[in-house]
Design a protein around this ligand. Structure first.
Ligand code: IVH
Length: 676
């Protein structure tokens, strides 16, 4: 049964809408509707098509994914050969090219010839054939004469229009461009592949080419591919403009995606300026490029120039320094980051890559080191793309000499000697030194002085960095014997600010146990946990003495947090820091915890606060609850008695509801607090 006219109209309208939003999102990068709304439109169309299969057209936006796997690729004969480009690696080579061009065109070498300048995208070349505006074929470049038929795969790339926009396109139009995988998508794709134990790609270019050659289009559809088109191939039944830059503009009007960095320049000096300009921008671009391409802009002049063997005489690629190079691993050492992460680093035979000399490259973590099986003495591919830190991509097995050395993960921190631990399920190993470890000192100190910790006003990051650099501060205890004389010596420190700073250091000495515990920067111990610990134990000694099992009796403390706390206090140097702080005069009021936390009317009850409270601040609510003997925890568990849900409460509310925990509104809490 064929679909009624009204349904047909509806499906057409939906397709038009989706085509428009696809174009806005994938080509113009200016989405007009949220993703969820877009998905709803797709589902609406899918439902119509399911009910009326005769409505489905190959151009329908629903037909991009889910096509059946193709058995193998067919071969495509290119109507016009897909050419390659000659390269210029220096200014001289570029000037030679310009001279050859002007000579052939019988122009003076000083002629300010117009060039279309474009980034040279690092992906895979494709040919897209549109008949009557519909995408009928996609092909790889292959050998330039014959390519593979990858129609099913290119159809899954959202930025490839299945139907051209407007009306005045040629009856038959072949467009050429580069399919690429943006850097972010590449990183995410590889990270996911590592997790699943699947094959990773060496670089975004390989990833793009590999994805295009998937036999199952569903797999291609899952890859974050994108495209910029950069020229036309065969054109029948219509005309195209006579300047290359106008051709690109026209392609853009027809809904194809062209690179926004393209520019018309006049003369060879302008080409060089463009090269410099794009070179500076290179790291910020969302995708890899390996140079720029200059094309004589006049199509008539292009025809006069013609081509030799496989490359046109009217275009040249001006290459950037390579982003991947080979070098030898001299050693593998371990670096400790500011958060304690212990990272293996390869010390390399210095190599020029990505425009700089690289002598260190990250190996990320022990899993990566093992997965890549990098050993001292190996020859490796180093990659420095964008502004990311150089990394060892892979080893070259054929070049492995005899006697390479494997490296084991360190048990002790190379900086401070503390134990290095790796939690289950974590890829990173960490130094447990915390405050004590010089590598982590700056971060630990910043946290120690922050507003909700000891709250030392006037001690900013720059100052901390200076003090640590001068080796004046090893542990936070050293903050308390800073003198005015030495402070004044520091950069940007006048007498007045030194006096003020000393005053706030002095004032910070009188604190609370909860703030003190939080300030220590024990991993996983946030404010809520610190405050639970303080009200549960009342005394620092008691917290320090508690074993893991006892700690788990505290609201908000599960097995992981308990192990972090007990590991922290087990380290002798952490105990020392705590003593020194107390000796420096840091104090708080201690109390004997009463069984069930004593007399307050909320004693023994644990609250969790979530969402935005409108009538009091969270801290005020917390203080009031604690004043009445209640406990406030940071996360919902079966130890929670009440969840106070403000506006826009999210997952905690759902969790509380699932656990059958009583949910209070802000008003209800107020009543509970006030109703004494
Ligand atoms: S024009 C005759 N423009 O570079 C024109 N190619 O080394 C040939 N490429 O196979 C292509 N960005 O895959 C052109 N803006 C650009 C390009 C570009 C990347 C690739 C293309 C080509 C290869 C030649």
């Amino acid at each position: 049964m064929s679909a009624p006219t009204a349904v047909m109209k509806k499906a057409d309208a939906l397709r038009l809408k989706l085509r428009h939003h696809n174009h806005q999102y994938h080509v113009l990068d200016e989405p007009e509707i949220p993703d969820a709304e877009y998905d709803r439109l797709v589902r609406e169309l899918q439902a119509l098509e399911a009910a009326h299969p005769d409505l489905v057209t190959p151009e329908s936006p629903t037909q991009r994914v889910g096509a059946e796997p193709v058995a193998a690729f067919g071969t495509v004969q290119h109507r016009l050969p897909m050419l390659s480009l000659d390269n210029a690696f220096s200014e001289t080579e570029l000037r030679d090219f310009h001279r050859r061009v002007t000579e052939r065109l019988e122009l003076d070498a000083s002629t300010e010839l117009e060039y279309s300048a474009e980034p040279k995208l690092d992906g895979a070349a494709v040919s897209l054939l549109y008949e009557q505006g519909k995408l009928v074929r996609g092909a790889t470049r292959g050998d330039g004469t014959r390519g593979e038929d990858i129609t099913h795969n290119v159809r899954t790339i959202e930025a490839v229009p299945l139907q051209l926009m407007g009306k005045h396109f040629p009856a038959s139009l072949e467009v050429r461009g580069e399919v690429f995988m943006p850097r972010a998508g590449f990183a995410a794709f590889n990270a996911a592949a590592v997790k699943k134990g699947e094959k990773t790609f060496v670089n975004p270019r390989n990833a793009a080419a590999g994805s295009l050659r998937q036999l199952d289009p569903k797999l291609t559809a899952e890859r974050p591919l994108d495209i910029y088109v950069y020229s036309v191939g065969s054109v029948e039944g219509g005309t195209i403009p006579d300047r290359h830059s106008d051709v690109l503009e026209r392609l853009r009007e027809w809904g194809l995606k062209v690179c926004p960095e393209r520019k018309v320049v006049e003369g060879i000096d302008a080409c060089l300026a463009y090269y410099e300009d794009i070179g500076r921008k290179r790291d910020q671009l969302a995708y890899d490029i390996d140079g720029v391409v200059y094309k004589v802009n006049s199509i008539e002049q292009q025809e006069t120039l013609g081509f030799v063997s496989r490359a046109p005489r009217w275009a040249i690629a001006h290459k950037f320094p390579a982003q991947e190079e080979l070098t030898v691993v001299r050693d593998i050492e371990f670096q400790v980051g500011r958060t304690g992460a212990v990272t293996p680093v390869a010390r390399l035979e210095p190599v020029f890559v990505g425009g700089v000399t690289v002598s260190n490259a990250t190996l990320h973590n022990m899993d990566e080191l093992h997965r890549k099986d990098v050993r001292v003495g190996d020859t490796v591919i180093v990659r420095r793309a964008g502004d990311v830190i150089p990394e060892v991509v892979k080893i070259v097995p054929d070049r492995r000499p005899k006697g390479t050395r494997q490296v084991k993960a360190p048990a002790k921190c190379p900086i401070c000697g503390s134990k290095v631990v790796r939690e289950e399920g974590e890829s990173v190993a960490r130094c447990t030194g915390g405050l004590f470890c010089a590598a982590q000192r700056v971060e630990a100190l910043k946290h120690f002085v922050s507003r909700r910790a000891l709250d030392i006003d006037g001690l900013g990051s720059k100052l901390i960095e200076q003090l640590v650099e001068l080796d004046r501060i090893g542990t936070p205890a050293d903050l308390f014997d800073l003198t005015k004389e030495e402070l004044i010596e520091l950069e940007r420190m006048g007498e007045k600010s030194a006096t003020n700073l000393l005053a706030s250091i002095e004032a910070s000495k009188s604190t609370t146990l909860s703030r003190f515990l939080y300030a220590l920067g024990i991993r996983e111990v946030g404010e809520a946990t610190a405050s639970s610990l303080a009200s549960h134990y009342g005394k620092l000694e008691a917290v320090m003495r508690a074993d893991e099992e006892a700690l788990q009796q505290v609201p908000d403390v599960g097995p992981v947090v308990a192990s972090r706390i007990s590991a922290f206090f087990a380290e002798k140097h952490n105990q020392d820091v705590v003593r020194k702080l107390q000796d420096s005069g840091v104090t708080w009021e201690e109390f004997e915890p009463k069984p069930d936390s004593g007399g307050g009317k909320l004693a023994g009850m644990t609250f969790v606060l979530t969402g935005t409270l409108s009538r009091m601040t969270r801290n005020a609510a917390k203080d009031s609850i604690q004043a009445l003997g209640g406990k406030v925890a940071g996360s919902v568990s079966n130890k929670t008695d009440f969840l106070v849900a403000g506006d826009k409460a999210g997952s905690k509310l759902t969790k509380a509801q699932n656990l059958g925990i009583e949910v209070l509104t802000e008003e209800a809490l107020e009543k509970l607090l006030g109703d004494q």
